[in-house]
Design a protein around this ligand. Structure first.
Ligand SMILES: Nc1ncnc2c1ncn2[C@@H]1O[C@H](COP(=O)(O)OP(=O)(O)OP(=O)(O)O)[C@@H](O)[C@H]1O
Length: 236
């Protein structure tokens, strides 16, 4: 289970943007996190992805409380989480060909020999042809680059996937391809998903459950308790 307990986080300790927010994702579950722009969804997602240390609160991953973020996070925990962001160009090394970009996590963890096979396995269902895999980021479209970023996030077969607005700015067919690839991965591996976004229709259709940021925050603007809003697939 991925458990965020009473997380307070932000960029200035005197004015945190996330206040005592709690949220859980079960193994195999897809949870959609909805909320207005600037409310703190990405910040919370980055805490869950071990990329942003919270000011207070606890993240528990598969029963293990997390004690270090970013480079201080143990490798076993870092590799358990795959992350995809909204803007693929900000999260890709412009010098790398797409094949090398996808293989980055394997190289970084000393599994270079698995790279060719794993890249081929990930690329084909995402429509990344050998020609595209030889190109660098500036030679492909945003949608093609985002597909490569998703493949990179799946390279180490993470148990948890954090998707932060991954389909914003993409057309309908690329959105459908990305969602289908994530759902295929989730259904075949039992991985859990936290998907952050604005698109109520997409997240309600995609996820087992959606959580509204507003429901996490009391009327005085301070977060007091978590409230998950179940939305069974059959009800939609
Ligand atoms: N690196 C940063 N330094 C300072 N403030 C930041 C930083 N990143 C985000 N913020 C601020 O923190 C607040 C929450 O930002 P965050 O990106 O978490 O919101 P969000 O809900 O994901 O927004 P959006 O839906 O527009 O992506 C915003 O007011 C934002 O301006």
């Amino acid at each position: 289970m991925l458990e965020l307990h009473a997380i307070t986080a932000g960029y200035d300790r005197r004015a945190p943007v996330v206040r005592e927010v709690s949220l859980t994702v079960e193994p195999g579950e897809a949870v959609g996190l909805l909320g207005p722009s600037g409310c703190g969804k990405s910040t919370l997602a980055r805490v869950a992805a071990l990329l942003h240390r919270p000011d207070s609160g606890t993240l528990v991953l598969d029963g293990e409380p997390v004690r270090g973020w970013r480079h201080q996070a143990p490798r076993a925990l870092r590799t358990a989480i795959g992350v995809v962001f909204q803007q693929p160009r900000l999260s890709s090394d412009p010098r790398l060909r797409l094949a090398d970009l996808i293989a980055e996590p394997l190289r970084a963890t000393g599994r270079r020999e698995e790279a060719a096979g794993r890249v081929a396995e990930l690329a084909a269902p995402l429509g990344l042809t050998p020609d595209l895999l030889r190109r660098r980021p500036h030679e492909v479209s945003d949608g093609q680059l985002q597909r490569a970023c998703l493949a990179r996030a799946l390279a180490l077969r993470p148990r948890w996937l954090i998707c932060d607005e991954v389909t914003a700015m993409l057309d309908a067919s690329t959105t459908a391809a990305l969602v289908e690839a994530i759902e295929h991965y989730r259904s075949t591996t039992g991985a859990g998903l936290l998907a952050v976004g604005h698109d109520h229709t997409l997240l309600r259709r995609w996820c087992d459950r959606t959580v509204h940021w507003d429901a996490l925050t009391s009327s005085d603007g301070h977060t007091t308790a978590a409230l998950d809003v179940p939305a069974s697939r059959s009800a939609r």
